[in-house]
Each structure stands twice: as structure tokens, then as C-alpha cells.
Design a binder for this molecule. Structure first.
Ligand code: GLO
Ligand code: MG
Length: 344
């Protein structure tokens, strides 16, 4: 019996539709409604930014922070949901304007590490030990504005500080090559794993792979996943899709490249991802045109496509594929894949 997949969503996936060119078009969604949507959609858990779980966390005394996180944990428990991870949201704060860990301002760097330690406190009180590090503004718009050698050291310092905050903490780095910065310091899984290998406790540093981020780096998401799985480092995924090199689109999983989505599911199956206990997270954005009340359809569709693709992977004619490979008949393999994807 295959281990069932478990699914999570982020509250930011259920949003009122603002984009860089226009204001919200749907009413704000209260957090209780996000949780209710997760239950309705039969998801297993929630991905948190630190301030999703504990708003105003920077102005709370440590006991109050823990109390609020425990209250959130109780809300999750009551609904049968689990927390997957907590991510320090450094990129929205004014102190993080030039990046957090790699800011040119020493006070901002200190703030970023302190805020990340608070995120650890939130995570532990919430009942999870995974911290996701999306280094959003850790990079440059003007290449000469920062020293990349120093930046690597600063990233490492931040990773080590988070690891030192509690022995059970693990970090999943979520690389992205650009947006909001022009050039990010940790653009790919290779960079993330290399950085993790230099940490004080490399066993506690892994990665989260987002489909769109790999595509934006010009890479194949399934190969990125395979590379991390081979190292035992794929600790979460953000499945979505991306139509070429544009702004980060966060489209429904499979919406731009169904074959690419099939390949991602195939590598997750081959690497027995579900057995590791890690979650299938989606990082998908509702279209701005969507009416309020139907703005969770993108999550339902992403999950449905994932499940249909699991069935496609499991029914793939592996023996025939092996014959094609043995005879180096890759044209026939190509056809086998395409016909299988099109078959009812
Ligand atoms: C943006 C990222 C973002 C992160 C999330 C968790 O491009 O994908 O959505 O995944 O903030 O840290
Ligand atoms: Mg993401």
C-alpha cells in the first residue's frame, strides 16, 4: 500500500486579488475562513508565515508570543489540521527593505536574525520544527551594491543562528533566482544545498522546491527535485506552474506544462517522497478575475491535477519504456509518454 500524500496550503494563496497594477478586488479573507477553506478542500495542514500565526509578533513579550502561537495550535487541533512550517516574513518589513540577512545595514542584519529566532519560537509553540527560508530580498537590484562573498557568509551566519535557536529545528531553504530582486544570492537548489553543507549542522538543512522558481532559473523542476531527493534533502515542495520567463505566476499545477507536471509527480513517486512524511504544498495564486466565494478553485484544481497525475504515473507502461531505453529508441519513448498522457 502506497503512503497517502498529505496536502498543505498557505494562507497567502487565498487572497483578495491585488497585483502590482491594481488594488484588491475581493474582500479580505479572515484567517478563520482560510482554515475553514482548508477543511472544506480536505487539506491536511497549513503553511505559515510567522506573522500569519502570531500577528504583531515583534511587539510581544516572549510569553505572549508563545501563548498566541499555542492558541493558533488549538484552533488547528480543533479542525484536525497540522502546521507544516513557519517562514520568517522578512521581506514586508521596512527593516528588510535592502534584504534581511544580507542587508548592507548591520542593524537590519541583526533584526533579521532576531526576527528569525522569533519565528522559531512561534514554530515550536505551534508544534512544528520546520523553518522555511525564502531569501526574498537577499540579493541585488544593482549588482555592485553588495559583495557576494560577504553575502554567502551572512546567509550562513543566519542559518547557523536559526539552527542554534533549538536543537530540533530544521531549515528548508526555498531558492528563487529573481523577484523581488534582480539577482538572488541563493538562486537554485544547488546553491541551497551547497550552503546547507557548510552550516554548523548540515543534517538539519534541506530544501523546499517550488516549480515556478526552478523554471524561472531555466531549470527542469523534476530534475531539481530528483537532485534533492537523491541527497535526502527534499523536505517540502511548492507545486505550481509558470509560463516561461516572466514574473512569478504561481499558476495552477500543470496549467502551463502538463508533461512537466507529470515528470514532477513521477520523480516524487520514484523517490518515495510520501514515505518521508513531507507534505505536498501548493503555492498557487487565484486569478484576479475570480469572484469572491470561488477564489479557492485554484487550490482544488491543483490537488485534483496532482491526484490524476499520480494515477497516470502509476499506470505508465514502465516495461515498454524500459525496452525503449534498452534499445536506445528514445523516439518511441517520446511517443509512449505522449500517448500515455493523452489516453483517457
Ligand atoms: C514567493 C515564494 C513565497 C514563499 C512563501 C513561504 O515567490 O514562493 O510564496 O513560498 O512566502 O516562505
Ligand atoms: Mg513558494
Amino acid at each position: 500500500m502506497a503512503t497517502p500524500y498529505r496536502f498543505t496550503l498557505g494562507p497567502w494563496n487565498i487572497h483578495p486579488g491585488a497585483d502590482p497594477f491594481g488594488p484588491p478586488v475581493r474582500p479580505p479573507v479572515p484567517f478563520d475562513d482560510v482554515l475553514a477553506a482548508a477543511v472544506d478542500l480536505r487539506f491536511d495542514g497549513i503553511q505559515f508565515h510567522d506573522d500569519d500565526a502570531v500577528p504583531n509578533l515583534e511587539n510581544l513579550a516572549p510569553e505572549a508570543l508563545v501563548r498566541e502561537a499555542r492558541e493558533m495550535r488549538k484552533r488547528l487541533d480543533d479542525l484536525g489540521l497540522v502546521p507544516e512550517f513557519v517562514a520568517p516574513r522578512l521581506w514586508e518589513h521596512t527593516h528588510g527593505i535592502d534584504g534581511g540577512y544580507t542587508s548592507n545595514c548591520p542593524a537590519a542584519r541583526t533584526w533579521a536574525i532576531e526576527r528569525s529566532k522569533r519565528a522559531v519560537d512561534v514554530a515550536l509553540a505551534l508544534g512544528c520544527s520546520l523553518i522555511v527560508m525564502w531569501p526574498a530580498r537577499e540579493g541585488t537590484a544593482v549588482r555592485e551594491s553588495k559583495n557576494p562573498i560577504a553575502a554567502s557568509g551572512q546567509m550562513l551566519e543566519a542559518i547557523d543562528a536559526i539552527l542554534a535557536a533549538a536543537p530540533e529545528v530544521r531549515i528548508a531553504i526555498e531558492p528563487k533566482p529573481n523577484e523581488p530582486v534582480d539577482h538572488a544570492f541563493v538562486p537554485t537548489i544547488g546553491h541551497a544545498l551547497a550552503l546547507g553543507a557548510r552550516a554548523s549542522d548540515p543534517a538539519r538543512v534541506g530544501v523546499l522546491i517550488e516549480t515556478a522558481h526552478a523554471i524561472l532559473a531555466g531549470l527542469d523542476p523534476s530534475d531539481e527535485m530528483g537532485f534533492a531527493l537523491a541527497a535526502g534533502k527534499l523536505w517540502s515542495v511548492h507545486l505550481n506552474d509558470q509560463n516561461g520567463l516572466k514574473f512569478d505566476q504561481d499558476k495552477v499545477f500543470g496549467a502551463a506544462n502538463l508533461r512537466g507536471a507529470f515528470d514532477q509527480v513521477r520523480v516524487l513517486e520514484a523517490g518515495r517522497y510520501a514515505d518521508t512524511g513531507a507534505f505536498i504544498g501548493f503555492d498557487v495564486k487565484a486569478q484576479r478575475t475570480q469572484r469572491a466565494g470561488a477564489a479557492t478553485a485554484h487550490l482544488a484544481t491543483s490537488r485534483r491535477i496532482f491526484e490524476l497525475l499520480v494515477a497516470k504515473v502509476r499506470s505508465f507502461p514502465e516495461r515498454q519504456a524500459a525496452e525503449c531505453i534498452a534499445t536506445r529508441d528514445y523516439e518511441s519513448l517520446e511517443r509512449l509518454v505522449l500517448e500515455h498522457l493523452l489516453a483517457a
